[in-house]
Write a protein that binds this ligand. Structure first.
Ligand SMILES: N[C@@H](CCC(=O)N[C@@H](CS)C(=O)NCC(=O)O)C(=O)O
Length: 219
């Protein structure tokens, strides 16, 4: 199978990126990683839009066929490579994990988007500033809920080994630093992320994307 992942460094595409690294380690199935420079607008280039009309990452091209949306990509990777341990195998536990993955994707993630790209939602500066302020406080509450989820992990959301949920939690933690969330105020999540970063598949994806784990800069 030929797998090509289009990713933006530090973006939500980190989730399938981790998944593909874990698949490679578990099965030997390789993938090609193609960088999309989001800050340069490469996601809006005609050739890219032909593959993904949403103009976003991630995009997984499987034997020439494009697949978009994190939840669908994760489901495909897990079903195709069950030995990689990307999601639980038990039907109920798998659906619960997909439920959390969907919540990360359709609630936590868009809250950050309102902070990071307010211009997508309003034209005037006052509305954008107001939206950014509101989304920061909302995002903190959501990150605290993720910290609560992590408290129940053993030691990861995926159990003894990190799974796709852990890769998304790490991504959302990194974004939290950009919104001004001091890691010292979420010590359980910070320590969990530090542990997570030691896992070979997480470490490999962080290295290829050349991104720091902690993004918080005191004002
Ligand atoms: N629901 C989409 C969300 C994808 C998304 O928001 N991607 C962001 C990066 S995290 C992106 O490509 N943004 C660039 C843009 O919108 O111009 C998915 O699951 O794939």
């Amino acid at each position: 199978m030929k797998l090509e992942l289009y990713f933006g460094p530090g973006a939500c595409s980190f989730v399938p990126h981790f998944g593909l690294e874990k698949i490679k380690a578990a099965t030997g199935q390789d993938f090609e990683a193609r960088t999309v420079k989001l800050h340069k607008g490469e996601q809006r280039a005609p050739e890219y839009l032909a593959l993904n009309p949403n103009g976003q990452v991630p995009l997984l091209v499987v034997d020439g066929q494009p697949l978009t949306q994190i939840v669908a990509i994760c489901d495909f990777l897990d079903r195709s490579f069950p030995k990689a341990g990307l999601l639980p195998t038990d039907a109920w536990a798998r659906s619960k994990a997909l439920s959390d993955l969907a919540w990360f994707n359709n609630t936590v993630h868009p809250t950050f988007t309102h902070f990071f790209m307010p211009f997508k939602f309003a034209d005037d500066e006052a509305s954008q500033a107001s939206m950014k302020g509101k989304s920061v406080s909302q995002y903190r509450k959501l990150i605290e809920r993720i910290q609560d989820m992590v408290k129940g992990g053993t030691p990861f959301l995926g159990g003894a080994e990190p799974n796709l949920l852990d890769a998304y939690a790490l991504t959302l933690y990194r974004w939290g630093g950009m919104t001004g969330i001091d890691p010292a105020s979420i010590p359980v999540l910070r320590d969990y992320v530090d542990q997570l970063a030691k896992h070979p598949a997480i470490a490999a994806a962080l290295e290829r994307e050349r991104i720091p784990l902690h993004t918080y800069k005191p004002a």
